[in-house]
Ligand binder design. Structure first.
Ligand code: ATR
Length: 267
């Protein structure tokens, strides 16, 4: 079978390396390539993909929304997100999915255990946040809180959450077992973090969805305050594993995938 990831730029994508590590472990003679498609060429996407005879492909920045009009069908979740990261091609038909949210949540469950009773706060209300929140809602019995700078972002959310302004997060942060940052703010090396770490629950788990670097300044700050931290590496690994499962109906080898990425990032 043949797969690919499309994006722009795509040179530094770790997806080919990660998927090949899985194919090798499972003794599969499959291929996975990175295809650079600038915005200006996107109208040729069907030809570009068809001539390669792919069985499916991943979609990354900046094309996750742009791909939607070219699909024959779309999963409910990807439709809700307005973003597609996985396309399955079957008998020439393109079906779009989004595995980013389930990827994060499956990874988090494997690390944390059951999320059933966990009280969770999500920082940010962009595409990534929406996918993660959508999946978390199926896993926890507790109300989920989502904090954002711009409250009007929530107008397009069709499922129920507790929306709070980002500026009020410090006042409520001590209620949560898990805090997940989906904003780019975690990258800024600032003392004025989004959160005042003194006010968190004693055993809170602090997460970021970024994995380059493996430890963002936000996570480093949390760790210095004594909290357990969890980065975005598993989200990347599990979203890939979920894509593989959609394409092949097989289970991916998570360890092989994670090790290949970690080895590359630690060079
Ligand atoms: P992604 O797909 O990675 O989630 P996105 O859809 O552009 O990216 O969402 C970015 C998120 O980071 C949003 O929640 C955004 O907040 P706004 O809705 O208020 O824009 C948040 N974000 C980005 N820069 C920010 C900043 N300087 N301060 C606070 N929030 C910020």
């Amino acid at each position: 079978m043949k797969f690919a990831v499309i994006g722009h730029p795509i040179k530094h994508s770790l997806s080919p390396l990660m998927h090949h590590a899985n194919f090798k472990k499972l003794n599969l003679d499959y291929q996975y390539e990175a295809i650079n498609i600038p915005e200006s060429h996107f109208q040729h996407i069907r030809e570009i993909i068809s001539e390669r005879e792919l069985d499916g492909f991943n979609v990354t920045i900046p094309h996750k929304a742009r791909i939607i009009p070219y699909l024959d069908d779309i999963s409910d979740e990807a439709k809700e997100m307005g973003a597609v990261n996985t396309v399955k091609i079957k008998n020439g038909k393109w079906i779009g999915y989004n595995t980013d949210g389930i990827g994060f949540v499956k990874g988090l469950e494997s690390y944390y255990g059951s999320l059933k009773d966990a009280k969770i706060l999500i920082l940010g209300a962009g595409g990534a946040s929406k996918g993660i929140t959508y999946q978390l809602k199926q896993k926890t019995t507790q109300p989920i809180f989502v904090a954002n700078r711009t409250m009007s972002r929530f107008e397009t959310w069709t499922f129920n959450i507790n929306a709070v302004p980002l500026s009020e997060v410090t006042n409520i942060a001590d209620q949560f077992d898990i805090i997940i940052n989906t904003t780019p703010l975690g990258m800024y090396d600032s003392n004025d973090s989004i959160l005042t770490f003194e006010r968190l629950k004693k055993r809170a788990l602090v997460c970021d969805i970024i994995y380059t670097p493996l430890e963002t300044p936000f996570l480093a700050n949390a760790r210095h305050h004594g909290y357990d931290t969890y980065n975005g590496l598993d989200m990347f690994v599990y979203q890939g594993a979920e894509s593989f499962n959609i394409w092949t109906a097989m289970d991916a080898n998570i360890n092989a995938m994670r090790t290949s990425v970690l080895n590359k990032l630690n060079v």
